[in-house]
Write a protein that binds this ligand. Structure first.
Ligand code: SF4
Ligand code: MG
Length: 334
């Protein structure tokens, strides 16, 4: 049973230059208590997908198709009041830069208590007690004393812990974390990821973790959805996708993870080229212009998602039964 089931989601931005097709038919499921990673380069549509589901798009953005069932209720059709009830309650979200989400003029304790009081019928004293418990849960030392501090008195990592505490204040069933560690240095990044993973298993909530870094996916997620050009390119269990990456884009992302063992001398192999222009999305495979294995039909027609194993799909013509099997036989477009 899925907690969240997204089907054929399509989102466009209507700009003065025309329609930007940011999400072009994405489907995925999140099961209770699992961590789903959504990975892709910036502009792949991964954040827009989640903003669409929560109806947090800015005015130019519009969901133009699909559904997003949360425990069977379509979030895209809920009335505003029901949606508000759900957001920050059953579904919580944290973002990359906690500084922009925190109010600099209020103590962090006030802000956490405000969130609790907004969603729960409790007294201020009870909200304060709950805030202390939450700070302890996310391992902010001297929790009670730290409630009085202001956001600028916290380091980036500590601010992200405050955001996580706020997100957890109402025991969400689903936490959506959009690049929660991207702004942090590597050591702090690891600590926050470890904390997220620990909280997820202790509290039993589901998490969607959005990142551009497959290394982060490997570390904490159960399943992964690889996005490119507003579409799912590959999805499956993380260990399966890492053992058998089945889309050239996934293989490109894997090659760009620095090998930790190689330390400072790690060789990064970024994927040459740039993502497609979503004002004029290509009719065929969006990855074709950058794909080392592109064949003639790749630009002519959009590959479907091929079922290539238990819970493992890839959108690539190489999985067509009649596709050439030996790399040397591939007819490169360029
Ligand atoms: Fe490359 Fe073709 Fe597969 Fe697209 S469909 S990833 S261009 S081989
Ligand atoms: Mg993003």
């Amino acid at each position: 049973m899925s907690l969240l089931s997204v089907r054929d989601l399509k989102t466009s931005f209507f700009t003065s230059r025309g329609e930007v097709q940011a999400v072009r038919g994405v489907s995925f499921d999140v099961r209770p208590g699992e961590i789903l990673g959504i990975v892709g380069e910036s502009g792949s549509g991964k954040s827009i997908t989640c903003m669409s589901v929560l109806r947090l798009l800015k005015s130019a953005g519009r969901v133009i198709g699909g559904e997003a069932l949360f425990e069977g209720r379509d979030l895209l059709k809920l009335d505003d009041e029901d949606l508000r009830q759900l957001r920050g309650n059953e579904i919580a979200m944290i973002f990359q830069d906690p500084m922009t989400s925190l109010n600099p003029t209020l103590s962090v304790g006030e802000q956490v208590m405000e969130t609790i009081l907004r969603h729960r019928k409790v007294t201020r004293a009870e909200a304060r007690q709950r805030a202390i418990e939450l700070f302890e849960l996310v391992r902010i030392p001297n929790a009670a004393a730290r409630l009085k501090a202001y956001p600028h008195q916290f380091s980036g990592g500590m601010r992200q812990r405050v955001m996580i505490a706020m997100a957890l204040s109402c025991d969400p069933k689903l936490l959506i974390a959009d690049e929660p560690t991207t702004a942090l240095d590597v050591t702090i990044q690891r600590q926050i990821l470890a904390l997220l993973k620990e909280l997820q298993s202790r509290l039993g909530m589901a998490v969607i973790l959005i990142t551009h870094d497959l290394g982060v996916i490997a570390e904490v997620t159960d399943r992964v959805l690889v996005m490119y050009g507003g579409m799912a390119m590959e999805q499956g269990l993380v260990r399966e996708v890492f053992a058998r990456p089945s889309h050239p884009y996934t293989r490109g992302l894997l090659a760009s993870i620095p090998k930790l063992r190689e330390g400072m001398h790690a060789r990064l192999t970024p994927i040459p080229g740039s993502p497609p222009d979503m004002l004029r999305p290509p009719k065929g495979c969006p990855f074709a212009p950058r794909c080392p294995q592109a064949m003639l039909q790749c630009e002519a027609a959009m590959p479907p998602l091929f079922d290539i194993g238990t819970e493992h799909d890839a959108r690539c013509w190489l999985h067509h039964p009649e596709a050439p099997k030996v790399t040397g036989e591939l007819e490169a477009v360029r």
